[in-house]
Design a protein around this ligand. Structure first.
Ligand code: ZN
Length: 309
């Protein structure tokens, strides 16, 4: 199969309004789509990204009000990292502190500086000061210069008790190649190997078994160009004996889902048609967008969703 890197990461939140405030105000991402969970229209599905929601920039949330906090740990996508410029971390330290975000001390990983913190639900996030070129343009925020803004994903860390089977899936079937190892962490990339493609496998015996809930990742989606490439991937996943979903129409992309051998939910999503299919680029995220099957229930759905402020 031909994968191009990360498409999106979907995580679980507890409070929709706090979630919007954190990602749009503190991190300066664009709310690019306000819709509902297609499998549970009583819940929002909120998408954040760059100005058009370019694949590889998109972090999405299911905010379930009052949901109990999960526990980040093994068997999960443990940390989601974003790419910023090589000199951006002092700016972000100051900015995040001013928003009341607790920061871990900056560490060096594979030669790059990494600033780790959590969102308001405890989701583990990292800003990686990327030495390699990353031409992606951040969304414009009045307090964040283009030089400092978030340019999209850097990568995702999967925490595992044993990496062997996941490594085999990534390298033998999903087209990934191992590029570096450091301590308990091994890095893989695919395609052009630029920021937005990295998957780190972390085997750290001190980590607890992860528990899904608020502040944990629900699934990791990989990019494929179009429906034809996705059909090839679906055949290959099924040939491995993994149970894969049929192709699901997610309106903005088409998706297949399967669990990798350690239980982490993977998705393969198409780059097309994209987030401008139902809203013009200048007003993305402005209105609640519903897929056709829920449009007749719009009044009821809107009345049940919390106000976002
Ligand atoms: Zn998804």
């Amino acid at each position: 199969m031909q994968l191009l890197g990360l498409h999106h990461v979907t995580a679980i939140a507890s409070d929709a309004r706090r979630n919007v405030e954190f990602y749009t105000r503190a991190l300066g991402l664009r709310l690019i789509k306000k819709t509902v969970n297609f499998d549970d229209p009583s819940t929002y599905h909120l998408y954040y990204g760059d100005h058009v929601g370019t694949p590889g920039s998109v972090l999405t949330f299911f905010p379930w009000a009052g949901l109990r906090r999960g526990l980040p740990g093994t068997g999960q996508a443990y940390a989601t990292s974003f790419s910023v410029s090589a000199d951006a971390l002092p700016f972000w330290e100051q900015r995040l502190r001013s928003h009341g975000v607790a920061l871990k001390p900056i560490i060096t990983r594979f030669g790059e500086s990494v600033l780790t913190f959590t969102d308001t639900d405890g989701l583990i996030l990292e800003l990686v000061a990327t030495a390699s070129p990353d031409p992606r343009t951040p969304w414009t925020h009045p307090e964040i210069s283009q030089a400092h803004g978030i340019r999209g994903f850097h990568g995702v860390t999967l925490a595992l008790t044993d990496a062997a089977r996941t490594r085999a899936l990534l390298t033998a079937s999903m087209g990934y190649r191992e590029i570096a190892a450091e301590g308990t962490r091994t890095r893989f990339t695919v395609g052009d190997g630029a920021p937005g493609t990295f998957i780190d496998l972390l085997v750290d015996p001190s980590l607890p078994r992860g528990l899904q809930g608020g502040g944990t990742v629900h699934h990791v989606a990989f990019r494929t160009s179009d429906d034809a490439a996705q059909a090839v991937a679906l055949n290959e996943v099924r040939a491995l004996g993994l149970h894969a979903s049929p192709v699901m129409d997610r309106n903005y992309f088409h998706s297949i889902y399967y669990r990798e051998p350690e239980g982490i939910l993977f998705e393969i999503a198409t780059d097309t048609p994209g987030f401008t299919i139902d809203e013009p680029v200048e007003s993305l995220g402005g209105k609640l967008m519903l897929p056709p099957q829920y449009e007749p229930q719009r009044a009821e759905i809107e009345a049940n969703l919390p106000k976002l402020g």
